[in-house]
Design a protein around this ligand. Structure first.
Ligand SMILES: Nc1ncnc2c1ncn2[C@@H]1O[C@H](COP(=O)(O)OP(=O)(O)O)[C@@H](O)[C@H]1O
Ligand SMILES: O=C(OP(=O)(O)O)[C@H](O)COP(=O)(O)O
Length: 393
């Protein structure tokens, strides 16, 4: 990576503002998955060991510039304290005199979690005044929030104009792993794209057509392609504005000798529930009132074989509605193939990571990215504002 890391600068005795992504899932005030907090521990522990005053800032959810009680960072601070076995202070604000007073009372090696930065409306606008107010709290800026690196906000981009700005260890690991894998991919390189966010994900396929050997399409994304090819897709998820683009991608894949796989059979259902009627049909047999909900057994077999024979696999997005057991088999088969292959496997996207956890296969992936949108934008070849803002080596 051509950006300076926290290991390249002196932090001992310094006030270090660390932007982390503690945007973890919460249910009734309890954290249901603390992966993002655990993944930040190497940076936090490094700074504590170096005797820095560690000031952590994060967003949580999308409070739109208002104080939303349920989106405070208190549960994250408490969880962090348990994980590092050390008292963690928590501020009720993220800027201003009250925060400065807390920081003035910090000893070297102390850790403070600021309040949700998105309680200030300026954060998402990359407001210059807010960025200055964050910068006033510290001597050094560290960005370890890979999950938010695709956002140009005051705490991810603007603040870097005022302080020496370097990457944290998680940021470095994510960029190195994704960067190495995609710049000189081991071949055959297979990309698997699924999930429901058709608009967000279709763009990544364009760049993958330039670098992958095989592209496997599944999940809700499939039906836009199948419809574009003239198949009846019933009530399946579709983005009618992307039909031409879908056809263009299929054509480009042919020109570039990329093997572009679409499902050949589908699990369809007449309702979005576990006790719905279910059928397995080939792609010309989707009944008009039914919905495609998972890839079928033949597709699963084909996809698993491609994955087994790959040297690099990048997977983003489930193959079906895996949350409901009868529709989880496609995602499970792909996940199992990723676990079994000797190739290097990279998994991105919150739901895909949750699926791997659910099937007990998460620890068999080589890298699970903490960024969904961020890893997608990285794969699209876009510059990430939170990285661009850091000091070059
Ligand atoms: N055929 C389908 N129809 C509707 N929803 C689907 C289908 N296949 C998968 N999904 C849904 O897609 C969601 C995940 O999509 P997405 O957010 O794009 O993935 P990720 O979080 O991994 O990036 C899951 O909740 C899953 O139920
Ligand atoms: O959870 C996140 O995004 P992700 O679900 O795409 O990984 C990040 O914390 C960014 O959050 P945002 O999409 O509200 O800017």
């Amino acid at each position: 990576m051509n950006k300076q890391s926290v290991r390249n600068i002196e932090v001992s005795g310094k006030k270090v503002f660390v932007r982390v992504d503690f945007n973890v899932p919460l249910h009734e005030g309890k954290i249901t998955d603390d992966t993002r907090i655990r993944e930040t521990l190497p940076t936090i522990q490094y700074l504590v060991e170096q005797g820095a005053k560690v000031i952590l800032a994060s967003h949580m959810g999308r409070p739109k510039g208002q104080v939303v009680e349920e989106l405070r960072l208190t549960p994250a601070a408490n969880r962090l304290s348990e994980l590092i076995g050390k008292d963690v202070k928590k501020a009720d604000e993220s800027i201003g005199d009250s925060v400065k007073a807390i920081i003035d009372g910090m000893e070297n090696g102390d850790v403070l979690v600021l309040e949700n930065v998105r309680f200030h409306a300026g954060e998402e606008k990359n407001d210059a005044e807010l960025a200055k107010s964050f910068a006033e709290l510290a001597d050094v800026y560290v960005n370890d929030a890979f999950g938010a690196a695709h956002r140009a906000h005051s705490s991810t981009a603007g603040i870097a104009e005022h302080l020496p700005a370097v990457s944290g260890l998680l940021m470095e690991k994510e960029l190195d792993t994704l960067g190495k894998a995609l710049s000189t991919p081991e071949r055959p390189f297979t990309a698997i794209i699924g999930g429901a966010k058709v608009k967000d994900k279709i763009g990544v396929i364009e760049n993958l057509l330039n670098i992958a050997d095989n592209i496997l399409i599944g999940g809700g994304l499939s039906y836009t392609f199948l419809k574009a090819q003239g198949h009846e897709i019933g009530k399946s998820l579709v983005d009618n504005e992307k039909l031409d683009l879908a056809l263009e991608f299929i054509q480009k894949a042919k020109e570039k000798n990329v093997n572009f796989y679409l499902p050949t059979d589908i699990v369809v259902s007449d309702d979005f529930s576990a006790d719905a009627n279910v059928q397995i049909v080939n792609i010309d047999g989707i009944p008009a009132e039914w919905e495609g909900i998972d890839i079928g057994p033949e597709t699963r077999k084909t996809y698993a074989e491609v994955i087994q024979n790959s040297k690099l696999v990048v997977w983003n997005g489930p193959m079906g509605v895996f949350e409901i057991e009868p529709f989880s088999h496609g995602t499970k088969a792909v996940c199992q193939a990723c676990a079994d292959t000797e190739g290097y496997t990279i998994l991105g996207g919150g739901d895909s990571a949750a699926a791997a956890e659910k099937f007990g296969l998460a620890d068999q992936m080589n890298h699970i990215s903490t960024g969904g949108g961020a890893s997608l934008e990285f794969m699209e070849g876009k510059a990430l504002p939170g990285v661009v803002a850091l000091n070059d080596k």
